[in-house]
Ligand binder design. Structure first.
Ligand SMILES: [Fe+2]
Length: 292
């Protein structure tokens, strides 16, 4: 399935490596603000063999999600994925916070990739309240033609996406392209452009000035992109995708600022205390990580 977008043609491609050390990931990609694809890093995961459409259809048939006002059971969604077309896509986004819905499956994504020891979300001193606005482990089920709204990720998290089943095309926009992407006034991480394939260019004329980075993520591959990269996806067929968020010293302060920005009105005292604690904790983590 080929879909055209009204932008400049993509010029950059994403590097592909079989695997990367944490140091290589930080130096070559996080610090340079570049995405990268790890082609084989997730292959040892139990999830890669176990998480098939059939597995979810039989074991989790009763799980339900509402998309566009319609309640859809997992068993029905899996059938819809296989009947999805570009003209009539299966309901999407059909996604779940794994820690709420499938907590027993999180262990199927071990060992953790690339970030390992310095993913601060895993630190025992990390208060859960600070990360309540994001989904650390997320699962997506989509079909041909399904498109995710254009956005960048909550709390300025770095993102790691593994394609468990099928393929998914990523359309990414580096932070310097944001001036062409029309962030919403009341939610600056979400674009007023919901579907990049059907953009009203009279309303959003700058969109055609942007230059995306486009890559197909194949089954078994993992895409990493640093915080603040705008992105959306298009699926050519049935797809199951696992996403996880990462926090380290390079997005720590942006993350804290974003947490506080959101909660300072509703819970001023609690959020100020957590923010201050986070600042101190960040310094302590900096020292600990420097000694690793
Ligand atoms: Fe995202």
């Amino acid at each position: 399935m080929e879909r055209k977008i009204a932008t400049n043609p993509p010029v950059l491609t994403v590097d592909r490596h079989k695997n990367l050390s944490q140091k290589e990931l930080i130096n070559e990609y996080v610090l340079k603000g570049k995405p990268v694809i790890l082609t084989e890093a997730a292959l040892p995961w139990v999830a890669m063999k176990k998480w098939t459409p059939d597995f979810f259809k039989t074991k989790y048939s009763h799980i339900e999600k509402t998309v566009n006002g319609r309640k859809i059971k997992m068993a029905d969604q899996i059938d819809l994925l296989f009947n999805s077309t570009a003209e009539n896509p299966a309901p999407y986004p059909y996604n779940f916070n794994m820690e709420n819905i499938f907590p027993e499956l999180v262990q199927d994504t071990l060992p953790r990739l690339v970030y390992g020891k310095t993913d601060r979300i895993l630190n025992s001193m990390m208060p859960k309240a600070l990360i309540q606005r994001t989904q650390v482990h997320e699962l997506f089920f989509g079909g041909c033609g399904g498109v995710f709204p254009l956005h960048f990720d909550e709390l300025f998290m770095h993102t790691q996406i593994t394609q468990i089943y099928g393929r998914k095309e990523f359309y990414m926009f580096p932070p310097d392209q944001e001036r062409f992407l029309y962030p919403e006034e009341n939610n600056f991480k979400s674009s007023k452009i919901k579907n990049i394939f059907t953009v009203d260019l009279e309303k959003f004329p700058l969109f055609k000035e942007c230059t995306p980075v486009v890559e197909m993520l194949n089954q078994g591959e993992t895409l990493f992109f640093p915080n603040r990269w705008w992105h959306t996806t298009l699926m050519p067929g049935p797809s199951i995708t696992y996403g996880s968020s990462h926090l380290n010293q390079f997005n720590w302060n942006l993350f804290l600022d974003d947490y506080y920005r959101f909660f300072k009105k509703s819970t001023p005292l609690k959020s100020a205390l957590l923010y201050s604690y986070g600042k101190v904790l960040g310094k302590a983590m900096d020292v600990r990580e420097a000694l690793m």
